[in-house]
Design a protein around this ligand. Structure first.
Ligand code: MF3
Ligand code: CO
Ligand code: CO
Length: 267
C-alpha cells in the first residue's frame, strides 16, 4: 500500500491528461442550458473525448465493486444529488445547479475534474453554495506542498465550509490518481492539521469537496451509484487534479473556461 511518485515522464502524462479533462469541461459549458438532457451532455462528452481528443472516458464501465459497472461517460449530479449522478433523458430546467465530473485517460494517465454549472439563472442560495464550494476547494489546494500533511487539506476545507454554515460530506473523498483512476491516498475533506500522510514532490492527487447547504448525511439511490443528501438540501462539488511540486502545487486541470482562482490565491 504505497503512494505512487510520478517521474518526469509520468508528470508529463498527467499534465496532458489533466489538460484534456479541462477541455471536455470547457467544451460542454455552452450546451448546459434549460431543456438539454444529461444524456445529451454525456453523448457530447463521449464523442469529443474519443473523436477529437483521441482519449478514453474513464467512468464508462468503471466497476470498482466488481458487480455494478458505471453505465455512462460522465457523472451529472443535479441540485440535491451529491455525486455520481447518472445521465438520463430528463431535461435540465432553469435554476438547476449541475455538477459535471469528467475523467479522461490519455496514454494510460488519468485526469479528473468537476465543475458546477448554473442552468439559466439560479437562486442566490444556490449561487452562494457553488461559489463557496469553489473557494473551499482552493483553500485545500493552497495547503499542498512537500512536508504538508493530508490533514492540513481536510482541515482547511472543513474550517472554511463550516464557518460559512455548510456541511462536509464524509463518505466520499479525493484520491491519488495516475495510471489508476483511484490510487492511494484518500484525501479527506475534513480533519486535523498535521495528521495523516505527508505530501511529497511528484505525488498527484485530487481534491474534490462535496458541501451541503443542509446536513452532511447522504444516501445512495436504488441505481447504486447516485448519492443524494438525506435532507434533500442542495449540494455542490468542484474537483481539480493537483501535482505536488518542489515548492507547492500545480493544478493540472486548469483551462480558459474554468473560473479564475479566488482573490485569496496569490499568483
Ligand atoms: N470522478 C469521480 C471522482 O472524482 C469518480 C466517478 S466514478 C464513476 O473520483 F464510476 F461514477 F464514474
Ligand atoms: Co476524483
Ligand atoms: Co471526478
Amino acid at each position: 500500500m504505497t503512494i505512487t511518485i510520478k517521474d518526469e515522464a509520468g508528470i508529463n502524462g498527467m499534465r496532458i491528461a489533466g489538460q484534456l479533462t479541462a477541455q471536455v469541461l470547457d467544451y460542454l459549458a455552452p450546451f448546459v442550458k434549460p431543456g438539454v438532457t444529461t444524456n445529451e451532455l454525456d453523448q457530447l462528452a463521449e464523442d469529443y473525448t474519443t473523436k477529437v481528443l483521441h482519449a478514453i472516458s474513464a467512468p464508462l464501465n468503471y466497476d470498482p465493486s466488481g458487480h455494478n459497472p458505471y453505465p455512462k461517460s460522465i457523472c451529472t449530479s443535479i441540485n440535491h444529488q451529491v455525486c455520481h449522478g447518472i445521465p438520463n433523458d430528463k431535461p435540465l430546467k432553469k435554476g438547476d445547479i449541475l455538477n459535471v465530473d469528467v475523467t479522461v485517460i490519455k496514454d494510460g494517465w488519468h485526469g479528473d475534474s468537476s465543475r458546477m454549472y448554473i442552468v439559466g439563472e439560479a437562486s442566490i442560495a444556490a449561487k452562494r453554495l457553488c461559489a463557496l464550494t469553489y473557494e473551499a476547494l482552493w483553500h485545500g489546494i493552497l495547503q499542498v506542498k512537500p512536508g504538508a500533511h493530508l490533514g492540513d487539506i481536510g482541515h482547511a476545507i472543513q474550517k472554511f465550509a463550516e464557518g460559512h454554515g455548510l456541511s462536509v460530506v464524509r463518505e466520499f473523498c479525493g484520491h491519488g490518481i495516475g495510471q489508476k483512476f483511484h490510487e492511494e491516498p484518500q484525501v479527506l475533506h475534513y480533519g486535523r492539521p498535521g495528521t495523516l500522510d505527508e505530501l511529497k514532490e511528484g505525488m498527484t492527487l485530487t481534491i474534490e469537496p462535496m458541501l451541503n447547504a443542509g446536513r452532511k448525511e447522504i444516501k445512495e439511490l436504488g441505481d447504486r451509484w447516485t448519492i443524494v443528501t438525506k435532507d434533500h438540501s442542495l449540494s455542490a462539488q468542484w474537483e481539480h487534479t493537483i501535482l505536488v511540486t518542489p515548492t507547492g502545487y500545480e493544478v493540472l486541470t486548469l483551462s480558459e473556461g474554468c473560473p479564475k482562482p479566488p482573490a485569496f490565491v496569490k499568483p
